[in-house]
Write a protein that binds this ligand. Structure first.
Ligand code: FES
Length: 125
């Protein structure tokens, strides 16, 4: 049912928690299933130097948050902007069709964080 990559991230989720010194924080919520995710990022000179996630949700959402942080750490902001739920699902060797929205939950948390970052940047101009 789940790929070996999903199962491996479930057994050993990466980067769980919250960064105390986060530059930015993003949150997402799916009102249909009730799952929610928080993503904290440390950003410096256009690069994401660290990332943590917390999820209150299903097993694939844990794997999606874990893989998302792996993809984000040491990524530049342009690369983060280009991440999509499809790419995240592909990195997990495909989520089951009925669980593809778990990748959307993770990317929504990322989009929320990136939107906050842009808001803060605009306020500083
Ligand atoms: Fe809704 Fe996983 S079941 S995010």
């Amino acid at each position: 049912m789940y790929s070996s990559t999903v199962l491996e991230h479930l057994e050993n989720p990466r980067n769980v928690g919250e960064l105390a010194d986060a530059t930015i924080r993003g949150e997402s919520f799916n009102p249909v299933c009730g799952d929610r995710m928080t993503l904290t990022l440390r950003v410096s000179a256009g690069t994401i130097s660290d990332a943590r996630f917390l999820v209150d949700g299903c097993p694939p959402s844990i794997a999606a948050g874990s893989m998302l942080t792996v993809l984000l750490i040491n990524s530049d902001l342009d690369g983060a902007e280009r991440l999509t739920p499809r790419r995240l699902s592909e990195e997990l060797e495909q989520l089951p069709r009925h669980k593809e929205h778990c990748a959307i939950l993770a990317i929504d948390a990322l989009r929320s964080a990136l939107a906050q970052l842009k808001l803060h940047a605009a306020e500083e101009i």
